[in-house]
Design a protein around this ligand. Structure first.
Ligand SMILES: Nc1nc2c(c(=O)[nH]1)N[C@H]1C(S)=C(S)[C@@H](COP(=O)(O)OP(=O)(O)OC[C@H]3O[C@@H](n4cnc5c(N)ncnc54)[C@H](O)[C@@H]3O)O[C@H]1N2
Ligand code: MOO
Length: 405
């Protein structure tokens, strides 16, 4: 029943990939953060016409050249037909056929009759860009599965796209379980603040899901009936419902009985990882034959984030048609103990060059202090220990540039 941590990630990814939605067209300005459902191909040669890189003269034959016209950017250049003539030309303008060279304005002189002389630059950089220099028509520039960022939108616009066919964004929701949880004020008298309701939607969005604020509910009352009602309702509008707490088998832990009532099928039910082992991922029959998913995040807050990064991140990557997340290797600066037959995920900070990781303090599964000071987790695989200087995989938090400098 308990699966290896790496295997759990692969199972979650495969489940998401198998359930990825069909492509939908989205206008370029709205495509940031989406995923290409088809390869991005050049629709024409790029550049599409010979394009001047300078302001100057397009010349033909030996100098001096008599100006016979002017080509500005945006115009179709007429041919330059006679030796000893030139067109004045602007940066970005089409180079006329027949032109043999371009002479920069600052490298040119004019005689009393207005004829132009000068030397074309003999440099490494040509003075005009040839059609197809950047891409040939139909060439694949980016594969399907590419995450769309502003630069991808830019190259798509350069090619002439108005919209892109992309995967749908998975819609995620969150149900917080636990009658002991406060939604405001300071903790005490047996009660703690809910630290997952405010936090989990942000992580889900960073993994590409949308989270409607109306799909975040809690605390849900600790009864089986309340759990069932809340999960059923959430599954109506969400592709993925995350729950927090109740993954064990305590007196008020109702998640497993809820899943059984819903005819859910476990994809992963507990993982050989510390912290976080009671995490689970289940598939629930959805309308139209497309499955919906429920991720059970353990109640201990750091364990909940570990479940997100272990199961939900690969699931969402698969649902969006992205490649499975790969882990870089880093050197640990101090020893990190193993956890016997379990994978140990040890919170750590990366060095500025990203090559080494140093474990942080305050890493108990009920704590968030270490998490708020770390870049991710050093991964110590089952049956191993990491000595200072060893290379281990690093599981990054989905932080944005500028966070945790
Ligand atoms: N007999 C055993 N008991 C426990 C074991 C075990 O192996 N045997 N494992 C422990 C581990 S490890 C974990 S993790 C938790 C998982 O339990 P649940 O998922 O059922 O979570 P709860 O019992 O509901 O809560 C655990 C803990 O976390 C606090 N919590 C819950 N939700 C939140 C929240 N939204 N914000 C802040 N804190 C939260 C809750 O108050 C509890 O302290 O089981 C252990 N027990
Ligand atoms: O493994 Mo629990 O998931 O330590 O907090």
């Amino acid at each position: 029943m308990t699966v290896d941590w790496q295997e759990a990630r692969e199972l979650a990814y495969a489940a998401g990939r198998a359930a990825a939605g069909g492509a939908e067209p989205v206008a370029l300005p709205a495509a940031d953060g989406r995923t290409l459902a088809e390869p991005l191909r050049a629709l024409t040669d790029l550049p599409a016409f010979p394009t001047s890189s300078i302001d100057g003269w397009a010349v033909r034959g030996p100098k001096p050249w008599r100006p016979v016209g002017r080509v500005l950017a945006g115009q179709v250049a007429p041919p330059l037909t006679e030796d000893g003539t030139c067109f004045e030309i602007a940066t970005g303008a089409m180079v006329p056929s027949g032109a043999e060279a371009l002479v920069r304005i600052e490298a040119s002189t004019r005689d009393g009759d207005g004829r132009v002389s000068g030397e074309p630059r003999n440099g490494f950089v040509p003075e005009w860009r040839r059609p197809g220099e950047e891409a040939h028509k139909d060439e694949v520039l980016l594969p399907a599965g590419t995450a769309i960022d502003p630069a991808v939108i830019g190259i798509a616009a350069t090619c002439g796209y108005e919209s892109l066919n992309v995967y749908p964004r998975p819609r995620a929701g969150l149900l917080v379980f636990g009658d002991e949880l406060l939604t405001g004020g300071t903790p005490g008298a047996g009660r703690v603040r809910d630290s997952l309701g405010p936090q989990v939607p942000g992580w889900l969005r960073r993994y590409g899901a949308t989270v409607d604020p109306a799909a975040v509910t809690g605390p849900v009352q600790d009864t089986l009936e309340a759990h069932l009602t809340a999960v059923r309702e959430a599954l109506l509008t969400c592709d993925l419902v995350c729950t927090t707490g109740g993954t064990m088998h305590g007196p008020v832990d109702h998640l497993h009985p809820t899943l059984s009532e819903l005819d859910a099928e476990y994809i992963v039910n507990t993982v050989a990882v510390r912290p976080g082992f009671p995490m689970l991922l289940a598939r629930v029959p959805g309308p139209g034959g497309r499955p919906r998913f429920l991720a059970g995040l353990p109640g201990n807050p750091q364990s909940a984030v570990i479940a997100l990064i272990t199961l939900v991140a690969p699931l969402l990557a698969g649902l969006q048609g992205r490649p499975a997340p790969q882990l870089p290797a880093v050197e640990v600066t101090e020893a990190v103990r193993g956890r016997g037959g379990d994978t140990h995920l040890a919170l750590a900070r990366l060095s500025h060059d990203g090559r080494s990781a140093t474990p942080v303090g305050h890493v108990g599964s009920a704590m968030l202090r270490g998490l708020s000071n770390a870049h991710g987790f050093a991964v110590v695989r089952p049956g191993t220990e990491a000595a200072a200087g060893d290379l281990v995989p690093f599981l990054p938090l989905p932080l944005v540039t500028g966070e945790r400098p």
